[in-house]
Every structure is written in C-alpha cells, then in structure tokens.
Design a protein around this ligand. Structure first.
Ligand code: GDP
Length: 329
C-alpha cells in the first residue's frame, strides 16, 4: 500500500503528496509505521531539494516575498514547495501564518505546493512532522523547499536546524532598532533581506541594510561560509526588486557549501540531531503510555507545583520507577 502511495508521490501526483504528508502528521501508531516505510522508499530516490528556512516577524512581508520569489523560481522552470512552521498553532491551535488565503497566485501554479503548519500540542511534534514533510517534498522532486516561520519563540532554531540555508526577512527600521533582532538569530542567518525597499521606505531600508552589513561583519566567521557571507541585501517583494539577486546569492552559497563538503556535513549533523530527537520523543511517549509512570509523573508534577519537592528529585524518582519496572535495563 505504501509502495503505491510512494510511487504516486515520486511521479509528482499532488494529491498523493498531500495524502503522504497527512499520513506523516498523524500520531496514530499504524500511520507512523506506514509513514516510516514511505519515507524509506522516498529516500531511495536520492532526490535532494535546496531547503531554505525563512523567518520574519508578522507583517514583515513573508507571504508577499514567498509569492514573488516562488513565482520567479517557477518561471525558471523550478518546482517549489512552501511549508509553514507556526509556533502559535502549537500553543493555541490558532495560527499566525494564516488561515487567510496566502500566496494566491503561487498556490495556483502547478509547479508549486503550499502546506500550512501542522498543528500539534508540542513544538517538538511540529518539528518532527515538518521534517517528514520536507523529506516527502524532496522525494516528490521539488527543487526548492521553503520552510517559513514567524520570528517568535524557538521556531527559528528549529527551522534553521532543518534547512540548508537560513534567510531572515526584516523591515526597514528607524534609528537604533538593530538590537530588536536577537544575536542568536543573526548568527543563524546566511542572508538578511531588508524588505520593503521601495517608495518612502527606500531610504530607511538603505540605512538598515548598511547597519546589518556592519553588524554581520562583527560576527564570528563560520567555516561553512564563503567570503562575503553572511550578507544583507535589500529587496522589494511588492515591486519584485532584488529577488533575482537574492536567489543568485542563495545559489552561490549553496554551491560553495556543496563544493567544500559543508552541505553534506551539515545535513549529516542534522540527521543525527533528528534521530536523537526522535528517540527522545518516542521514549517520552512510550513512558507516558505506561499508566503507572504517567500517574507518577502527574502526581510528582503536583508535588513540585506545591513546593513539596524539587524538579531534580522528582525526575530522579521517575527514573527510579522506570528502572524498577524494568523499562530501561
Ligand atoms: P507577513 O505577515 O510577514 O506574511 O507579511 P505580508 O506578506 O502579509 O505583508 C504585510 C504587509 O506588508 C502587507 O500590507 C503587504 O502589502 C506589505 N508588504 C509586503 N511586502 C512589501 C514590500 O516589498 N513593500 C511594501 N511597501 N510593502 C510590502
């Protein structure tokens, strides 16, 4: 059964692609097993997309940029998948990255595929499902997979951890707003794009771009970067300006990393992290499926809340219980 679905995904069938992602998002155990099989089959294709992580706060122009950038890639004959990672949907079931129709033109293109964020109760669950979706899109033969997230919380780190390149979209700022971007996020960025470099905002965009160019120069040089990276550029998603240049830079960086072995080593590191995270998640769900341990964790959490014990002591007791029950040799 999974072979038929896998073959349809590989042959580019969009409904099969959507079904495969839905299967991978399911938490049902039999679905998980099927998804694992499917992913193994897709992996055999050896297909690789360029995975681009894209982050920016709400309103900075992510949808507008992706629409414009995606259409530019489509015009070059490339196929583009857009996956959203929305931490707000993990917390509240609501979504910043929109139930509204976004990227309308792009979504009508046969070469494009747009998928909203999986909603899960934990961000870790979203990470794991999104990684699967990326792998499925690669198996389906997309050339570029854009993984979009909002600039809040931990989601950038998560997205950078599954992308080959990480792009940060910023709006022109007045004065000294540079510190608004956390250093850790600057350090993850390969390319900073100052959007809205048009009309009245152009002058501010030029200043902001110069400020970030200066700030990026002060960051520690990374071995996986060619000279000149990370860099800041100006774009206007509305005017479709600077988009080709931004794509050229992304390709140049990707090419350099491939040539110098950084692409493969980055992916290898990411796969190992992914594996470790899967083991952690699987262990935790196995433990929570055990009623004795689940009950104890619940009671100990209450004790901790009431000041009856410390988190360390509580954790030690849970581990003791697991060992006693023969759960971990
Ligand atoms: P998102 O929340 O990051 O997805 O942002 P949107 O793409 O929805 O854009 C937010 C607002 O910024 C909208 O009103 C857009 O029209 C506007 N916007 C987006 N890109 C540009 C641009 O390049 N120039 C200007 N002037 N406005 C833009």
């Amino acid at each position: 059964m999974q072979d038929t679905l896998a073959n349809s995904v590989i042959s580019g069938n969009r409904r099969a692609l959507a079904r495969a992602i839905t299967l991978a998002e399911s938490s049902r155990e039999d679905h998980r097993a099927q998804a694992t099989q499917l992913l193994a089959r897709l992996r055999e294709t050896g297909r690789q997309a360029l995975r681009i992580g894209l982050s920016g706060t709400p309103g900075v122009g992510k949808s507008t940029f992706i629409e414009c950038f995606g259409l530019a890639l489509i015009r070059q004959g490339l196929r583009v998948a857009v996956l959203a990672v929305d931490p707000s949907s993990a917390r509240s079931g609501g979504s910043i990255l929109g139930d509204k129709t976004r990227m309308e033109q792009l979504s009508r293109e046969p070469g494009a595929f747009i998928r909203p964020s999986p909603s899960q109760t934990r961000l870790g669950g979203v990470a794991s499902r999104t990684r699967d979706a990326v792998a499925i899109c690669e198996g389906a033969g997309f050339d570029v997979v854009l993984i979009e997230t909002v600039g809040v919380g931990q989601s950038e780190t998560m997205v950078a951890g599954m992308a080959d390149l990480f792009v940060l979209l910023l709006a022109p700022a007045g004065g000294d707003e540079l510190q608004g971007v956390k250093r850790g996020i600057m350090e993850m960025a390969d390319l900073i794009l100052i959007n809205k470099a048009d009309g009245d905002l152009r002058a501010a965009a030029t200043r902001t771009c110069a400020d970030y160019t200066g700030a990026l120069r002060l960051l520690r040089k990374r071995a996986e970067d060619p000279p000149g990276f990370p860099k800041a550029l100006m774009v206007s998603a509305i005017e479709a300006e600077g988009i080709d240049k931004a794509w050229d830079e992304m390709q140049a960086l990707a090419h350099w990393r491939r040539e110098h072995g950084h692409w493969d080593s980055r992916r290898a590191d990411q796969s190992v992290n992914w594996f470790e995270e899967e083991v952690r998640n699987a262990l935790l769900s196995t433990l929570q499926a055990n009623p004795v341990i689940r009950g104890a964790m619940h009671d100990i959490a209450d004790e901790i809340r009431n000041g009856g014990t410390t988190p360390n002591d509580g954790a030690a007791r849970v581990l003791g219980l697991i060992k006693e029950s023969g759960g971990i040799a």
